[in-house]
Write a protein that binds this ligand. Sequence first.
Ligand code: ADP
Length: 162
Amino acid sequence: MIKAIYPGSFDPVTYGHLDIIKRASKVVDELIIGVLVNQKKKPLFSMEERMELLRETTKEYSNVTVKTFEGLTIDFARKNEAKLIIRGLRAVTDFESEMQIAQTNHSIEPEIDTMFFTTSLEYAFLSSTIAKEVAFYGSDVSKLVPPVVAEAFRKKYDHELQ
Ligand code: ADP
């Protein structure tokens, strides 16, 4: 029984994240998406909104659940008895910091490994930050995020621009 966590900010979930979730959910028995409470970042979407968007967009995967966590990813993995941490790699620029984090985690807890999925080519450029930028200026985000997230952007930015 392989249990994995997929940690991140998911502010908000994009097709890039969903591509990783879909592929990871096929190779593990249970996948727990961990939405990070990061005191240092000011997210656009609240924790509840980010979790709700993730639940809505991953409901077709019966082995995927969504949880929130604060603190170290490795502690979240331990608490959930997960032996794998899933991360996505978009470009070489992701590589250095991701390798550092993975090695740190592995030295803290040798029983837990990090597994990387390389992005599908069509999402190589995509990040939550890019999606927020495009949505902010009212451009079409339909290739970047699922319809429910596009709708959430509309509500958020209409409201903010008033
Ligand atoms: P974090 O702030 O922890 O990087 P993100 O929500 O930005 O959180 O990303 C969570 C994970 O998803 C990271 O491993 C990131 O590299 C991966 N990811 C994000 N966008 C993509 C994408 N377009 N393709 C592949 N992986 C991605």
